[in-house]
Design a protein around this ligand. Structure first.
Ligand SMILES: Nc1nc2c(ncn2[C@@H]2O[C@H](COP(=O)(O)OP(=O)(O)OP(=O)(O)O)[C@@H](O)[C@H]2O)c(=O)[nH]1
Ligand SMILES: [Mg+2]
Length: 459
């Protein structure tokens, strides 16, 4: 086996999402990657003699029965010039779930071990092909749920976080100064000056951390806004609107009230925004146990929603229960959609909604009338919160935020204890440690395990 890497167990996993697709990619990495791949292809010689990074056409067989599974292309990567830094084979096969499973099983029975979460990236890290920051940035890009999240992950990937280094240096400087203060406790004029200057530096860092926390919170806020729940009384046309916005018959529509029970969620793009649209059970008093549970779930969903589309039937007056329910949602972004205006004017309800200080629109799903008013409201609600977004300098993912908040806490403690330099120093040291954990400098297995447990298989 060529390459100059130390021996490692060979792992394999599919790298693409499961489901029907034209193509899928399966990865093998480790010392025996080439040997194992050779065992499952008919044209072994072609593969053995293929140069690195050459894409060849191969017939994959079951490693035991030799029955043909699929015709694939595969790339051979010679260590250390691969993603993991080990010998690797990337197989591009047909995308069916069964095909992928059969090929993977064949690879496993030929001697590879199924890869755990993030195993490939972890090897890339161990072999110094990427650093922890890049590894996390890659995961962030894959998993980002909004454009803002993606912008954060990209920033992490593209530019080294200079701020972290700067902040660490500043904190270390402050600590050194505090230690000097401890050393020369007698009220020397110079020491008093240092004390004052040092505190100024600390204040600056605390302010910066505060700013970062706020920026991150706003991004999370937008993520919530991207959750749009369609709510309202039974039979108002919620599922009909849901299907229309989605462009497919996803939810069952029926004139029996109480049709929808489970929360039904789909991702949609509306005017450039990636939203999670959720259809929910209609609110009404019912003795039916399953429907009751559905209504409970609806209310849970309202709590997490950034925007609630309250659908109501133009031909029915507002009931007291409905008004109460709407009032209980005060403080949430809510729009009232008066539906079925093809059979009845929505004017009365429109006026009542206005009196309640709730924006309302009159539509008919049945006749596809004025639906753009609903999408318009969704977009303007999201725009309102998006406008305030700034991409943070340092809190570019959840872990950074979590650690950064700990640093913030420690620096605040240090500030509070400024008059007692021993205690201030203790907190500063803690703060520096938390900051260093962001880099994974401590080489702490536990930290690495925690990070990689969030990766997907095959990455
Ligand atoms: N006339 C008229 N009927 C509509 C309109 N929108 C929906 N409907 C009808 O209203 C009935 C209920 O529609 P759904 O979409 O199932 O209502 P829902 O609010 O999801 O009902 P639940 O899930 O039972 O709470 C169905 O018979 C729809 O065809 C509309 O704009 N005009
Ligand atoms: Mg429904």
């Amino acid at each position: 086996v060529a390459g100059n890497m130390p021996r490692s167990e060979t792992i394999a996993a599919v790298a693409t999402a499961r489901g029907k697709s034209a193509l899928a990619i399966i990865r093998i990495s480790g010392s025996d990657a080439f040997k194992i791949f050779s065992r499952i292809v008919l044209n072994t010689k072609t593969f053995i003699s293929a140069p690195a990074r050459y894409i060849g056409l191969y017939t994959i067989v079951d490693s035991k029965t030799k029955e043909i599974i699929d015709e694939v292309t595969a790339v051979k990567y010679l260590a250390p010039k691969s993603f993991t830094g080990e010998n690797m084979v990337e197989i591009i096969c047909h995308g069916g779930t069964c095909i992928v499973d059969e090929i993977t099983e064949s690879i496993i029975s030929a001697g590879a071990r199924p890869a755990g979460r993030g195993a490939f990236t972890r090897r890339a890290l161990e072999n110094k092909k990427i650093d922890l920051i890049k590894a996390e940035a890659i995961r962030g890009m894959i998993e980002s749920s909004s454009n803002f999240d993606l912008a954060c992950a990209r920033k992490l990937y593209n530019q080294p976080p200079v701020f972290l280094k700067e902040w660490r240096e500043t904190l270390i400087n402050i600590l050194a100064e505090v230690e000097a203060i401890i050393e020369y406790e007698e009220e020397d004029e110079n020491i008093a000056k240092i004390k004052e200057k040092s505190l100024e530096k600390l204040d600056k860092i605390i302010k910066k951390l505060e700013k970062e926390i706020k920026k991150r919170e706003k991004i999370r806020n937008v993520e919530n806004y991207l959750k749009v729940v369609i709510a309202g009384p039974a039979n108002a046309g919620k599922s009909s609107l849901f299907n229309l916005l989605l462009g497919q018959n996803r939810s069952i529509v029926h004139d029996d009230p109480g049709t929808t029970r489970d929360l039904i969620s789909e991702n949609v793009w509306i005017c450039g925004y990636h939203l999670q649209l959720i259809d929910s059970a209609g609110i009404r008093s019912t003795i039916h146990e399953i429907e009751k549970q559905g209504i409970e779930r609806s209310r849970e969903a309202y709590k997490k929603a950034g925007l609630i589309i309250w659908v109501t039937d133009a031909s029915e007056p507002f009931s007291k229960e409905e008004i109460d329910e709407i009032n209980s949602l005060k403080g949430k972004e809510i729009i009232c959609v008066i539906n079925k205006t093809d059979i009845c004017s929505g004017k009365r309800k429109f006026d009542i909604a206005k009196k309640m200080d709730i924006e309302a629109v009159e539509i008919s799903v049945k006749e596809n009338r004025k639906i753009e008013l609903v999408t318009g409201k969704i977009v303007s609600a999201i725009k309102r919160v998006s406008e305030e977004i700034e991409i943070p300098d340092m809190f570019l993912n959840e872990r950074y935020e979590e650690k950064g908040k700990e640093v913030y806490k420690e620096t605040c403690f240090a500030r509070k204890e400024w008059g007692r330099p021993e205690i201030a120093a203790y907190h500063l040291r803690n703060g520096i440690n938390r900051l260093e954990e962001i880099f994974g400098k401590k080489d702490d297995e536990e930290i690495l395990d925690k990070i990689f447990s969030k990766f997907c298989i095959g990455k």
